[in-house]
Design a protein around this ligand. Sequence first.
Ligand SMILES: Cc1cc2nc3c(=O)[nH]c(=O)nc-3n(C[C@H](O)[C@H](O)[C@H](O)COP(=O)(O)OP(=O)(O)OC[C@H]3O[C@@H](n4cnc5c(N)ncnc54)[C@H](O)[C@@H]3O)c2cc1C
Length: 391
Amino acid sequence: MILALLLARARVPVTLLEAHRDFNRDFRGDSLHPYTLELLDQLGLADDLLRLPHFRARYFKFHTPRGTLITADYGHLRSRFNCVVLMPQARLLDFLAERALRLPDFELRLGARVAGLLEADGRVVGARCRTPEGRMDVKGAVVVGADGRYSDVRRLAGMPLRDLGASGDLLWFRLPRRPEDPPEADLDLYFGRDHYVGLLGGPDSWQVGYSLPKGGWAAARQAGVEPIRAFLIAHVPWLADRVGELRDFAQTTLLRVELARVDSWHRPGLLLIGDAAHVISPTGGNGLLMAVQDAVAAANRLIPALRSGAGVGDEVLAQIQADRDPAIRVVQAQQVRIEQRQAAAREAGRSLTPPSFLRWVLVIPGVRARAARANAYGPWPPHFDMRLLAG
Ligand SMILES: Cc1cc2nc3c(=O)[nH]c(=O)nc-3n(C[C@H](O)[C@H](O)[C@H](O)COP(=O)(O)OP(=O)(O)OC[C@H]3O[C@@H](n4cnc5c(N)ncnc54)[C@H](O)[C@@H]3O)c2cc1C
C-alpha cells in the first residue's frame, strides 16, 4: 500500500491487487513507529491519520517476577512523534486506500487474488488474478510481490524461502478493556517461567498474545484454556477479574511465528518486498516498519526508472535489495539470537524471563533512549526522496 501510494503520488500509474474484499483482518501488526509517522507527515497525512482513534505507547516494558523493567523510552526521541502509535492495521490501510483513491494514477482492485504470473521472454510482465467476476490479467513494467509471509507471488515465481528458525508460536485472543485498567497502552511483555504474554491495547479490548513452544498448539488445545487463565492470574493480576471471559480454546487464534528470507528478492520484471521477501518475527514489533522501509527504498529506485521509459532492469531491482538487505539481516540476526535463547531455555527447563544482567544494563544513562531510537527507525532507515514528487 505504501509503495503504491508513493508511486501514484509521483504520477506513476499503479494497480494494487488485494486478495480480500476489505482490509478488515484481526491480529496483525498494529504498531506505527516514529519512522512511519514521520514519512506520513512528509506526505501530509499524519495529522489526519492521528485524528482516528489510537493509543500512544511511550515505553517498552518487561514485567518479570522480580519487577518491571523499562527497556525502551520513546519519550526522549527528537521527533514530533516520540511514541509508538497503536492502531489496528485495518484502520491504517482503509485510511491510506481512501487517500490513494483520490489520486488519478492509483487503482485498487479488492478481491483480486494473484494466482499466476504472466511471462514473456523469460521476464515477468504481469499477474493473473482470480476475482469474483472471473479471471483478470494485469500487465505492468514491474510486478511487486508485497503479499506477506505466505506470499503466492514468491511461490509462483519459484523463489525458495530459507528458514532461520523460530522457537515459538503465539495464541491471540481478546479480553475486555475496563475504564479502571492501566490507562496507557504501552508495549508490555509479562514473563513467567514457561510462557510470556504480550498485551496490546484497543478501544474496548486487549489483544493478548500467549506464547507457546514451536509446534505446541496441539498440546495447548488438549490442555484447554485453564493454564492460560492461571498464567494471567499469576502474572497479569489486574486481568484476573475477567479471565473467565476466555471460556473456550476456540476463542484463540494460532499465529505461527516464522523467521525466514529469500536469498534473492528479484527475478527479471519481479520484486518481492516486506514479509514476502523476509518474514520477521513479532519480537520487537518491527515487521511493519521493515515493510514500510522496503517500500520507501523501492519507490526511490522505481520512480526514476519507471519515469525514464527505459524499463526496470535487473540492476535496479538488485539495487533495491542491496539497499535493504543489510538492515534486514541485522534485525533478523537479533531475532534469531532471541529465538535461540528461548529455545535453549525451554530445552534446559530454565525460565523464559530475560537475563538478570539486563537490569544492570538498563541503569546505564541513555540506554533506554538508545534502545527506543534503534527500534523507532531500525538500522540504516531509508529516506524517501521528496524531490521525486515534484516532477
Ligand atoms: C503474531 C504476529 C504479531 C505481529 N505483531 C506485529 C506488531 O505488533 N508490529 C509490527 O510491526 N509487526 C508485527 N507483526 C509482523 C507484521 O504483521 C508483518 O511484518 C507486516 O504486516 C508485513 O507487511 P507486508 O505488507 O509485507 O505483508 P502483509 O501485512 O501480510 O500484507 C500482505 C497483503 O497481501 C494480501 N495478499 C496475500 N496473498 C495475496 C494474493 N495472492 N493476491 C493479492 N493479495 C494477496 C493479503 O491479503 C495482505 O493484505 C506481527 C506478525 C505476527 C505473525
